[in-house]
Design a protein around this ligand. Structure first.
Ligand code: IMP
Ligand code: MG
Length: 179
């Protein structure tokens, strides 16, 4: 697996430091809430969520939404469908939507609207990575870890064909593996 990697762009310790900083901002903004309600997108955000919540020194509830995309490749989609919905109520609650990377923005846009339609009071978006150059819809993350150029990255939850999610860092794959 390591032989498929071109270079590491964010190390394990850089990610850990960034998460601490993000949690400080989140806790400051949500200090008046009794519980922090987090909704994470399967499967890419699982590792990020696990590290985030263990730094949060207040009561946390989390659940998952699963989306699939149609009419395009894995990273460029015509529309987004929810295949797994929440098990808990978000009506009247402030929610933080957690994803691995904000790319075109279509997934986050659809899911944020979905949460607001279910009656969430407000929805904030928290992503580890942001690729602003790829944006196709008008959306900004409220909390974004690192900005990345238009390169395909894997690791720390991010996959290529469902592989590489378990790498403890974020890396660029060698071109021959995804071309
Ligand atoms: P969006 O709807 O285009 O913003 O899609 C975001 C989703 O695309 C992420 O949750 C990832 O699953 C996937 N994605 C986008 N860019 C990358 C990448 O560089 N590596 C791995 N997955 C990516
Ligand atoms: Mg993916």
């Amino acid at each position: 697996m390591k032989n498929d990697i071109e270079k590491i762009i964010f190390s394990r310790s850089e990610i850990a430091a960034k998460i601490k900083e993000m949690v400080r901002n989140i806790m400051e903004d949500f200090k008046r809430e009794k519980t922090l309600v987090m909704v994470a997108l399967l499967k890419g955000s699982v590792i990020f969520l696990a590290d985030l919540i263990r730094q949060i020194d207040m009561s946390v509830e989390f659940d998952f939404i699963g989306t699939s995309s149609y009419g395009g490749s894995a990273i460029s989609k015509a529309y987004v469908e929810i295949y797994k919905d929440l098990m808990f109520e978000v009506k009247g609650k402030s929610v933080i939507l957690v994803d691995d990377i904000l790319d075109t923005g279509k997934t986050a846009k659809v899911v944020m609207k979905h949460l607001l339609d279910k009656g969430a009071k407000q929805v904030k978006l928290c992503v580890l990575l942001d690729k602003p150059s790829r944006r196709e819809v008008d959306i900004k993350a409220d909390y974004a870890g690192f900005e990345v150029d238009d390169v395909f990255v894997v690791g720390y939850g991010l996959d290529f064909k469902d592989r590489y999610r378990n790498l403890p860092y974020i890396a660029v794959l060698k071109k021959k593996y995804y071309n």
